[in-house]
Write a protein that binds this ligand. Structure first.
Ligand code: GTP
Ligand code: MG
Length: 199
């Protein structure tokens, strides 16, 4: 049996925030992006991955993150990028359009993007917008890491039903996480780092 203690997980440092296409960073380092519907738990997952409470701003009200946020991985190299959520119906059409355009620019115009982490709420059945984003990644041969969020909020039975529903639609294995309980962080870090080291 090995006496070595497990390697500590990396952490994250906020490096830049982009509200417009002109503000997008074009670092030479590889990056993975967290995408998903508003309120699915993207920013909470950033905090759980980093082992910090308030690194990324979270809110029970959807539409909290309105910019593209670049977090540098320490020790790196690489970035994890927190994206604004989609499918938030309460804001104006003009604002939704602005986010969609920014997101499109980011997803199509980031050569260093090595994978997309698609966050899916473990209590919600597959939604059209999520399936569309998965199809977008597949069409561009962009690797996808599907992640079920908020697993602490549902029973094993509900979780299995959700996994089954997604496994019919996606070939990739689903990672089950809870940011509140920090469940699945080692597995997620390992999936992220294998994607970041592919370039
Ligand atoms: P937008 O920025 O609006 O796109 O949302 P987001 O995807 O970044 O979601 P955020 O991380 O702000 O979380 C939304 C709500 O879900 C907050 O009230 C969080 O506390 C809650 N939440 C996120 N992850 C978990 C989790 O693992 N368990 C539980 N119980 N609640 C969670
Ligand atoms: Mg957010």
């Amino acid at each position: 049996m090995s006496t070595e203690s497990p390697k500590p997980l990396p952490t994250l440092v906020l490096e830049a925030t982009a509200f417009t296409e002109a503000q997008l960073l074009h670092p030479l380092l590889p990056q993975v992006a967290l995408a998903g519907r508003s309120n699915v738990g993207k920013s909470s997952l950033i905090n759980a991955l980093a082992g910090r409470k308030n690194l990324a701003k979270t809110s029970a009200t959807p539409g909290k993150t309105r910019s593209i946020n670049y977090y540098r991985i320490e020790p790196g190299p690489g970035y994890i990028v927190d994206l604004p959520g989609y499918g938030y119906a309460q804001c104006s059409q003009a604002e939704r359009r602005k986010w969609a355009v920014l997101l499109e620019h980011y997803l199509s115009g980031t050569p260093g993007l090595t994978a997309l982490v698609l966050l899916l709420d473990s209590r919600v059945t597959p939604q059209k917008a999520d399936r569309e984003l998965a199809a977008f990644a597949a069409a561009r041969a962009l690797p996808l890491i599907p992640v079920l969020t908020k697993a602490d909020k549902c029973s094993k039975k509900e979780l299995n039903a959700c996994k089954r529903a997604w496994s019919v639609l996606l070939p990739e294995e689903l990672l089950v996480t809870s940011s509140q309980k920090r469940t699945g962080m080692e597995e997620l870090w390992s999936a992220l780092q294998s994607m970041l080291s592919r370039v």
